[in-house]
Design a protein around this ligand. Sequence first.
Ligand SMILES: Cc1ncc(COP(=O)(O)O)c(C=O)c1O
Length: 344
Amino acid sequence: MNELGWIDLRSDTVTHPTLEMREAMLRAEVGDDVYHDDVTTNELERYAAEILGKEAALFVPSGTMGNQIGVLVHTQRGQEIVLGSAAHIFVHEVGGAAVLAGVSMKTINFADDIPEPAKIAAAIRPDDIHQPDTGLICMENALSNGRVVPLSIMAEVAELAARHNLPVHLDGARIFNAAVHLGVNVKAISQYADTVNVCLSKGLCAPVGSIFAGPAHLIASARKWRKLLGGGMRQTGFLAAPGLLALQDMPGRLHEDHANAQYLAEQLSGLEAVNVKEDRLDINMVFFTIDREEELLLQLPELLAAQGILSNEREDGEWRWVTHKDIERSDLDLAVQKLADILG
Ligand SMILES: Cc1ncc(COP(=O)(O)O)c(C=O)c1O
């Protein structure tokens, strides 16, 4: 439960910063980051690059900007990028890749959204005057459907990209959740991409921001794109200080969110009308359907909110409840109890 008394299961983006983060914000040494003067941001970027195994990193205001900069630094206007049809870059970034980078998006329907290297290879354009050039392959890990992509598949995609001389961008918004599931450090995942976006403000609980990491020359280019997009900020140390704690202190507790998601799935499975997607329980998300009349399901978020529980509407017929730092097991018990009461 958060300090306002809500059991907020809509996303891990709703997490409030820890007390340590708030104190670090107060004490942060700051400067004008457009002049590279903000030592706290410089330290965040250095540390992030180190743990991600990249030459350099850039603090950006959001994961969306991190991904869009990824597309911008790798592509030329008129090119095509290859990505899964459920990719955040395609579905949830307002079509930005087309608007900002001027690229088209070749989307592929993968089984369970797990990349299929053969389908990616088939999507790469031949050298043909009638066709756009393929400019980039994008991956996501963890996936937004609650699964983690195995490292062997990421390796295959990286190899095929290298064979075609194509760069790879990884949307690693939840790369730390993927790392916990795989039992590896984040470098073991980011090694399969040239550039990576990592969100600080999801399960890691920082109030704002993402990291865009990659080779030094691309980070220099990213810095300029960030300025063009209006993301050149000034005393960013106030945000970088909690961001640094997010990277240093918070990954160590993500296994609790994963265990709580398993617990929530078990409790929900006990309800007759609920069908939990048991095969998509790798991280901190539980997906389920509810077998009840449409009228009740349409009212469900409102009925739950009246009981202090926040849930998003269904997406593609599925409910998604997300565990995070501000959710205890007792909150999950209460949420499942209230859902059971409503469903009758
Ligand atoms: C997989 C994935 N990528 C990128 C983002 C974008 O992050 P932001 O909301 O900070 O723009 C999200 C946000 O939920 C996400 O789930």
